[in-house]
Unconditional design. Structure first.
Ligand code: PGA
Length: 261
């Protein structure tokens, strides 16, 4: 796992977007795993900017989102389909027929199963973008999720429901169930890029990078992933014990890449 610590939330987005753009430019028909939430918003804006400038195209890209709420329709403003259209897909040249998000209406178990199969059929994820919950979840894989899990129905924890209640008005139905890619599904991505910003993520960031590998912190499964890069701002990195070492690794890696030896 490579840990990159930058000064601000804006730099997390900039650095993350640079990484994504380089990746897509090298594999123009990449399959991306996409996330919703507040964290990737600035990243998506950076990607939109690159796309408008003409330095990045999504024309041949396929995407699979991590998760979707159960019980709200695709056109509901809080659905993740709505979010992705508004925050990314409507502003780039991606073919929407190639953007997959679990269907949260109808039979959710069948929908989850079909989603996992479709992903497999299309060859899996090349680059998975992740945020992290304040409780260490990735996707909606809440603490105690099986590390061998596949796309399925999950019950959201009280903490996740509270964290996400900011998006719902007081009298609005807020789902407590979701379909989410499993941890084993995420672990099959060839490359993972996890972003975290702000002090509310500091405990989760410390636990998943430096804590034990445990279903109590689902993101810690990434300790077993061969190609994960984590980009965090200073606030989210606040509790990391080995900060100096991560910065030294970044320095040494850049030296090596610039062939200064
Ligand atoms: P956030 O959510 O980006 O809105 O903080 C992240 C997550 O729950 O995975």
């Amino acid at each position: 796992m490579q840990v990159v610590i930058v000064n601000s939330e804006q730099q997390v987005a900039k650095y993350g977007a640079q990484f994504c753009a380089q990746f897509i430019n090298q594999k123009i028909n990449a399959t991306l795993g996409l996330a919703t939430g507040s964290t990737p918003l600035s990243l998506y804006q950076e990607l939109i900017n690159k796309s408008s400038e003409g330095s990045l195209s999504f024309a041949a890209v396929t995407s699979f989102n991590l998760d979707e709420y159960i019980g709200i329709t695709e056109d509901h403003p809080q659905s993740y389909r709505f979010f992705m259209n508004q925050k990314l897909f409507n502003h780039i040249d991606i073919n929407k027929n190639n953007t997959y998000i679990p269907i949260g209406m109808g039979d959710p178990h069948a929908s989850a199963h079909e989603y996992e199969n479709r992903l497999k059929e299309l060859g899996g994820i090349d680059l998975q973008i992740l945020g992290i919950g304040s409780n260490g979840h990735i996707g909606f894989n809440e603490p105690s999720s099986s590390l061998a899990s596949r796309t399925r129905v999950k019950t959201l924890t009280a903490q996740t429901i509270a964290d996400n209640s900011r998006f719902f008005s007081a009298d609005e139905f807020q789902p407590s169930l979701a379909i989410t890619m499993g941890i084993a599904t995420i672990m099959e991505a060839k490359q993972v890029l996890l972003l975290a910003t702000g002090e509310s993520k500091a405990t989760a960031v410390r636990d998943f990078i430096e804590g034990p590998l445990s279903a109590s912190c689902p993101a810690s499964a990434l300790q077993m992933h061969p190609n994960t890069i984590v980009i965090v701002d200073e606030k989210a990195a606040k509790l990391l014990e080995h900060k100096a070492y991560y910065q030294q690794v970044k320095f040494e890696t850049e030296q090596l890449e610039n062939s200064l030896f």
